[in-house]
Design a binder for this molecule. Structure first.
Ligand code: GLV
Ligand code: MN
Ligand code: MN
Length: 454
């Protein structure tokens, strides 16, 4: 395992993830035919909505905090596989040819009139975080299927084949690495490393793919690249709602750096051990969190989240002997994110010295550089939103998306749909209106028809 020397402390870097790989997006030339876009048929908002609701019931739970119904469909759990089966059933009902690759990504293909041409791909994910709504990822997948169903309704043949994909563990919350399936399909993550990733109970991706019979032999995307990729997704932030834009043109995605950390202290009696002689691992982790929060205040645009904070033995009268956490750092500029990572490591080091604790683990579990989408796809998305007379603006995505992985091998882009409830996501409060969802999918329909030719 590669190691990183940090003033006397060896920091373990993840063996699976190449640190800070800066990737240039594909600049292949493509044609988006405006006449084909303008002839695109009208998608069916009711059918799209009904499927979103139906899929949203798979893994649904009653959320204590919000009193709302949320979705919990972590990758390759029983619930997520029920979701996979539901969506694959819809794909087959639509007469699409379904295939699965070795990491469990699912592809549904509708033939074109010229089968020798590379297909136009749409997609996203159907796995979710533990406190999700119905839209994150599902809108892109079900929107793609809606477009293919609409083409069938109108008996429209496209010149290029079309494929709708959903990718394994986009959220990365179960196995620790976001965009796992799409990153493997485009060749960024080696398959063996991806299969070996384990959840908190030690269950591996391979164990779960085998248990659920969810891997196949479809070709990797980097070996048989599609022509272009489009993804429609909810914004997951407040910009479009606040500024009154129903849809957004996504120009790229910010950089993301994820870490897993574990600190060692010393268990001691909480009533008898002087404060000055404690080695409190919980305190050390809390201080790191506060100091990184302070760093975000000093660095415009820097975001930081400690999503997991836990201590052992977790007892009222015992000083914690270990503390574990996860760190999520993000910034749209690579040099700023790099600098923040270095500052974070310094904060960790100084806090360890101050608290007398030791570092048991610091592993980078995911790292993606900022990504810029293909100018022709970005321009086509903007043109088609404008053609529908919907007000729009350009923006950079705060969330990671499968589109950023596809962007490294083929021209790619995204349409954002405005969220309600402050635009919040990764929460049962996540919500977008039927009209906004249908408009986002209609824009995707126009762009993919322009790419595929009708
Ligand atoms: C995915 O939702 C992410 O950006 O964490
Ligand atoms: Mn998503
Ligand atoms: Mn998400």
């Amino acid at each position: 395992m590669p190691q990183h020397f940090l003033s006397g402390t060896f920091i373990r870097m993840s063996a699976e993830i190449a640190p800070a790989a800066s990737r240039k997006g594909s600049d292949a030339s493509i044609t988006v035919d405006p006449d084909s876009s303008s002839r695109a048929p009208q998608v069916n908002p009711t059918r799209l909505w009904e499927r979103l609701v139906q899929l949203g019931e798979v893994g649904a739970y009653n959320d204590e905090r919000t009193k709302l119904r949320g979705v919990r469909r972590l990758a390759l759990t029983d619930d997520e596989v029920r979701g996979r089966n539901l969506v694959m059933g819809w794909m087959r009902e639509q007469g699409l040819e379904v295939s699965v690759d070795p990491i469990g990504n699912v592809y549904a293909r509708r033939e074109g009139t010229d089968q020798s041409l590379a297909p136009v791909m749409m997609g996203s994910h159907i796995d979710s975080v533990g406190t999700a709504g119905r839209f994150d990822g599902c809108l892109g997948v079900l929107g793609g299927l809606e477009i293919l169903a609409t083409l069938d309704d109108h008996k429209i043949a496209t010149k290029r084949p079309m494929v709708v994909a959903f990718f394994t563990d986009e959220e990365g919350v179960r196995f620790g690495t976001d965009m796992l399936g799409s990153a493997t399909a485009v060749g960024r993550l080696p398959l063996a490393d991806a299969l070996n990733l384990r959840d908190r109970d030690g269950v591996s991706v391979k164990d779960e793919l085998d248990r659920h019979n969810q891997s196949g032999d479809a070709a990797w995307l980097y070996k048989q690249p599609p022509y272009a990729y489009l993804e429609c997704h909810i914004e997951q932030g407040p910009v479009l709602l606040t500024e009154n834009y129903p849809l957004g043109v996504v120009t790229g995605v910010q950089g993301i750096s994820w870490w897993r950390i574990k600190l060692g202290g010393a268990a001691a009696h909480a009533g008898c051990t002087p404060m000055a002689s404690r080695k409190d691992a919980g305190l050390a982790l809390s201080l790191m969190r506060t100091r990184l929060h302070q760093l975000t205040a000093e660095t415009p645009g820097l975001l930081c989240n400690f999503g997991l904070l836990s201590t052992t033995p977790g007892l009222t009268n015992v000083v914690p002997d270990t503390a574990s956490g996860t760190i999520d750092l993000r910034h749209p500029k690579e040099d700023v994110l790099r600098e923040a990572e270095l500052r974070a490591q310094k904060i960790i080091e100084e806090t360890l010295v101050e608290t007398g604790c030791e570092l048991l683990d610091l592993t980078q579990t995911a790292r993606t550089a900022p990504v810029e989408f293909h100018a022709d796809v970005v321009n086509a998305v903007e043109r088609e939103i404008t053609a529908l007379q919907i007000p729009t603006r350009r923006l950079v995505s705060g969330a990671g998306h499968d589109a950023q992985e596809l962007a490294s091998i083929i021209p790619s882009g995204m349409v954002f749909v405005r969220g309600q409830n402050d635009g919040v996501s990764h929460s049962p409060r996540e919500y977008s209106t039927q009209e906004d969802c249908a408009n986002g999918v209609q824009v995707m329909c126009r762009v993919v028809c322009g790419l595929a030719g009708i």
